[in-house]
Ligand binder design. Structure first.
Ligand SMILES: Cc1ncc(COP(=O)(O)O)c(C=O)c1O
Length: 359
């Protein structure tokens, strides 16, 4: 047996279970359309909720060089400082940049809670939050999703503002204010709350730690953490995924900086998104589909039909892949549609037509 045959065997097992993954290459045509396998498709699974990846100001900002090192060595640039200042002006608290939301969540969860702390983590939290907690020496308790009454005594409580696979917003104002609250606003930034500050701001709640990303409604990549001044200083000194990694390249930071005024002011885009979401959700109900959540992430749970339904959608020119374990639980496979402010009404109707009535 060859030394690497064990990997091949594992791959076969994944393949047999229908769980082998592969990437699909999309060549964007515009904010909601792309060429996939030589055909034009409507993209119904992008996180570019407000179309900023194609916004002229964001695209024009994409200039600069690689950062050449960690922020703490050679990699800190004026554009990073300008971006942190713009976030501070937006959120009213010091901000620290990270290369991605994954890095930000690893740093927050592996640095803040320490041995002896109890961390309550929502059962549907994103893999990056789970992985951060796995690196922590604190005790984890997994609490029922979106159920404030299920949280016992804890030092920290970790939630998402808008859940990435279920599309729902937990009742943030109903949780106990005892634990320090950490909220990941990856999918709510720019879309919910005053000036797009997220689900917590929409609920009138100020978390102790807010994490948000520029890779979704921000239209580029990277992430930030905001909170009291000690948070920034502590993460800078002890957050391993801040310290031991190359800083955001200048063009990415510049795109994020250009996105902020649009995200803060995007009331026309937010309104158009709400209109399109309503049209899509109404259409789904009329077809007999039951969608989760109430916002721009619109999952329909179809179990083992997810991959065949996704193939049917693609046949009709709509790209929305099936979501399988381990991203979601076995039996809860789904199509996770995402709606953008830039989908036209006609495109929304075409997605509905491609889906057809529920069986
Ligand atoms: C809730 C949540 N947090 C964090 C991340 C990671 O963000 P990023 O893609 O910037 O690494 C994601 C995205 O994939 C997410 O859905």
């Amino acid at each position: 047996m060859h030394r690497t045959d064990r990997w091949t065997q594992r791959l076969s097992a994944l393949d047999n279970a229908g769980l082998q993954r592969s990437v699909r290459t999309l060549q964007p045509i515009g904010p909601t359309t792309a060429v996939l396998d030589g055909r034009e498709v409507i993209v119904a699974c992008s996180n570019d909720y407000l179309g900023l990846a194609h916004h002229p100001d964001v695209r024009a900002a994409c200039i600069g060089t690689g950062s050449t090192g960690s922020r703490l060595i050679s990699g800190s640039r004026p554009v990073h400082a300008a971006l942190e200042a713009a976030i501070e002006d937006w959120f009213g608290q010091p901000a620290l940049l990270f290369g991605s939301g994954y890095h930000a969540n690893l740093a927050v969860l592996s640095t803040l809670p320490v041995a002896g702390d109890v961390v309550a983590s929502d059962a549907l939290n994103h893999a990056s939050l789970i992985d951060g907690l796995r690196l922590s020496k604190a005790t984890r308790t997994i609490v029922a999703h979106a159920a404030p009454e299920a949280v016992g005594k804890a030092d920290y409580l970790v939630l998402e503002g808008l859940y990435s696979m279920d599309g729902d917003v937990p009742p943030l104002a109903e949780y106990s204010t005892d634990p320090l609250l950490i909220v990941d606003e990856a999918h709510a930034l720019g879309v919910l709350g005053p000036q797009g500050r997220g689900a917590a701001a929409a609920a009138g709640v100020r978390p102790d730690v807010t994490i948000a990303t520029f890779g979704k409604a921000g239209g580029s990549a990277g992430a930030f953490v905001v909170g009291p001044p000690a948070l920034k200083a502590l993460l800078m000194s002890q957050g391993r995924s801040f310290i031991f990694t190359t800083a955001m390249p200048e063009p990415v930071a510049a795109m994020a900086l250009a996105a902020i005024p649009i995200l803060r002011a995007a009331s026309d885009r937010r309104q158009r998104l709400a209109d399109r979401v309503q049209r899509f959700r109404d259409g789904l109900s009329a077809l007999g589909h039951r969608a989760l959540g109430a916002h721009h992430i619109v999952p329909i749970v179809v179990g083992d039909q997810a991959m065949s339904l996704s193939a049917k959608l693609l046949e009709a020119g709509v790209f929305a892949p099936g979501i399988r374990p381990p991203t979601v639980a076995a039996g809860a496979e789904r199509i996770r549609f995402t709606i953008s402010s830039e989908h036209t009404e006609e495109q929304v109707d075409r997605i509905l037509d491609a889906l057809g009535p529920a069986c």
